[in-house]
Design a protein around this ligand. Structure first.
Ligand code: ADP
Length: 486
């Protein structure tokens, strides 16, 4: 894999702990695979729990000096790191495509999106103001300070190997916290390349650490139960999020959770159909359908159902499925065989319950882990794909009659991350935007992710917000000072 990377020092096979590259103290390692070929890329250190413990102690030590730096100093380190990420965007994108599969152009987009969080929080670092509050009695001075929470632990998924990390590390470091990240065992290389650049940016030892490990449950437990860790930030499945929340309860540990979604994508009869088709493709097929804000249930008003389906299918037929490093590929592989099997099972269930496969529905001729862009007509609420995250390039089209019905259908899920709708009537736009029980709503657009806006969900989709002016609050505590003055 070295042949594809210009700066080979970005390719690491050990963990980054307290400013050093560390192998497993039991000499254990695990394989990182290329999902496009099924071939091994590299062996990476499988870090043991006692080493995780040491890492937490190092981060606590580093916190003592990191928190006392001025906001401007911390901002300077982040800015330097941001610049290095941009300088190495091509290599970072290549590493990401090799271990994650997404097309190179998309990977580059993620590198820039990921970097934007570092830039944003380099700026926000300087604006963590407290308040002076008018006193409640003569001689009583009331003030608030914002202080960093302390050592943070983060657990991140494979679908955005860089952005899900920078979205946590950016605000944590800006606030004055130190952080330990355990990336997904499927995609540790992007995280390690980020660590190499953080090291080159001069970020002091122990401030940002990366633990590579296959012992996800044990590492997660340690993060939750070690009282030196003051906050856990997790992005991943709702099932694992719940386990972590239970484990954190004993210490009332602060938590941010970005969990699963089941996004409705609604097209009303007055919508601009061409724009709605474009939006559906952008939202549904990004990362081969493997994002938590991908359109999962596409609701089309009955008057335009057939036309929409035809237009969507025609556009999908032109999408190029292929290996991410090949020029022009638009849809890469799914992350592994298990993911392909899950998508196949969801399609089979839909077929049994009356779904018609309009296009696709099978493993792609390109290879075992590639899947055909699929459209399912006559989708029904009873199908498993109406309740579960599909995480594949499959668009089920549901038919609806009126606004009230579709709002009820759209909200009928335990999830509440992103929702989308297309409509022109301004009264309808406002009513629907307010009625959708979701943390984020795309109106006449299928792309909503940006560092300037708060990302997060309601219901079982999570707790807290990432990005925007709100993102840094997750890493700070408000302290109230009451001073009696004679
Ligand atoms: P996904 O379906 O996106 O892989 P997971 O929730 O399984 O979602 O994984 C997200 C992250 O959580 C990964 O880094 C994974 O290693 C980690 N993880 C998986 N199981 C656990 C667990 N029991 N405790 C802590 N972390 C876990």
């Amino acid at each position: 894999m070295e042949d594809f990377i210009k700066d080979r020092e970005l390719l690491k096979d050990s963990a980054y702990i307290n400013g050093e590259w560390v192998v497993s103290d039991r000499d254990t390692s695990f394989s990182v695979m290329n999902p496009a070929t099924g071939k091994k890329l590299i062996q990476v250190a499988d870090i043991q729990i006692d080493q995780v413990n040491i890492c937490i102690e190092n981060a606590a030590e580093a916190f003592l000096s990191w928190k006392t730096k001025t906001a401007k100093e911390r901002s300077g380190y982040l800015r330097e790191w941001y610049n290095l990420i941009l300088q190495h965007a091509d290599d970072l994108a290549t590493i990401m495509t090799l271990e994650q599969g997404k097309p190179l152009e998309e990977a580059k987009g993620e590198v820039l999106y990921g970097a934007s969080f570092i830039e944003w929080f380099a700026e926000e670092a300087k604006r963590t103001y407290g308040d002076i509050i008018p006193g409640f009695a003569p001689g009583r001075k009331v003030m608030t300070l914002k202080q960093p929470i302390g050592v943070v632990a983060a657990i991140t998924p494979w679908n955005f190997p860089i952005a899900m990390i920078t979205r946590k590390v950016g605000p944590a470091l800006a606030a004055g916290c130190t952080i330990i990240v355990k990336p997904s065992e499927e995609t540790p290389l992007s995280a390690l390349a980020l660590a190499e650049l953080a090291s080159r940016a001069g970020i002091p030892k122990g401030v940002f650490n990366v633990i590579t490990s296959t012992q996800a449950a044990a590492v997660g437990k340690e993060f939750c139960e070690n009282s030196t860790v003051r906050k856990l930030s997790f992005t991943g499945s709702t099932a694992v999020g719940k386990v972590l929340m239970h484990q954190c309860a004993d210490q009332v540990k602060k938590l941010s959770l970005e969990l699963g979604g089941n996004a409705p994508f609604i097209v009303f009869e007055d919508a601009d159909l061409e724009a709605a088709v474009e939006g559906a493709i952008a939202s549904k097929y990004r990362n081969a359908g493997q994002t938590c804000i991908c359109a999962n249930r596409i609701y089309i008003q009955e008057e335009i159902y057939e036309t929409f389906a035809e237009k969507l299918a025609a556009k999908l037929a032109g999408l190029k499925v292929g290996e991410g490093l090949r020029a022009g590929s638009e849809i890469g592989p799914l992350i592994n065989e298990k993911a392909v099997k899950k998508v196949l099972a969801l399609i089979e269930d839909a077929r049994e319950k009356g779904g018609d496969i309009m296009i696709g529905g099978r493993v792609h001729a390109f290879g075992q882990s590639f899947f055909e862009p699929t459209v399912i007509l006559n989708a029904q609420a009873s199908m498993a794909l109406a309740q579960e995250e599909v995480f594949g390039p499959v668009a089920p089209l549901f038919n609806f009659k009126d606004e009230q019905e579709v709002i009820q259908l759209a909200n009928n899920t335990k999830y509440g991350l992103a929702a989308y709708f297309y409509a022109k009537d301004v009264h309808r736009v406002w009513r629907v935007a307010e009625a959708l029980e979701y943390g984020m709503v795309g109106i006449n657009t299928g792309l909503i992710s940006t560092e300037v806006a708060p990302f997060g969900g309601v219901k079982e989709s999570g707790i807290g917000r990432e990005g925007s002016k709100y993102g840094i609050e997750e890493y700070m505590e408000i302290k109230y000072l009451c001073m009696a003055v004679e």
